[in-house]
Design a protein around this ligand. Sequence first.
Ligand code: 5GP
Ligand code: ZN
Length: 111
Amino acid sequence: MNECVFCKIVDGELPSRKVYEDEEILAFHDISPLAAVHVLIIPKIHITSLADCTSKHQDLLGRMLLLAPRLAKEHGLDTGFRTIINTGRGGGQTVFHLHINMFGGDRPAQA
Ligand code: 5GP
Ligand code: ZN
């Protein structure tokens, strides 16, 4: 049984707020955003981390990366955005399914 949270999102077993989908890639809002906009860009196939990628993933990685500026623009991040790929426990990765964190914009003030 696959216990990967992001695989469950791909399979529709867990809900997500999708912002982009094609045959190979899914992008959705982070459940605990670090900024006004925080989107996760993931491959639909399970790849544990960037350290598990090989040359066969080159095109997929390129397409995932190029989605970041497109989705940033679509979400109004006109002055820029950040992209982070945490890799492995030592790299701060908490969900072990490859993902690009794309985020930016001010968080609304807390009441
Ligand atoms: P990282 O592994 O790069 O540190 O971060 C994983 C990110 O996934 C975190 O920002 C966390 O909030 C997000 N996340 C974890 N579980 C879920 C989930 O079930 N749904 C969504 N949309 N985001 C999640
Ligand atoms: Zn997975």
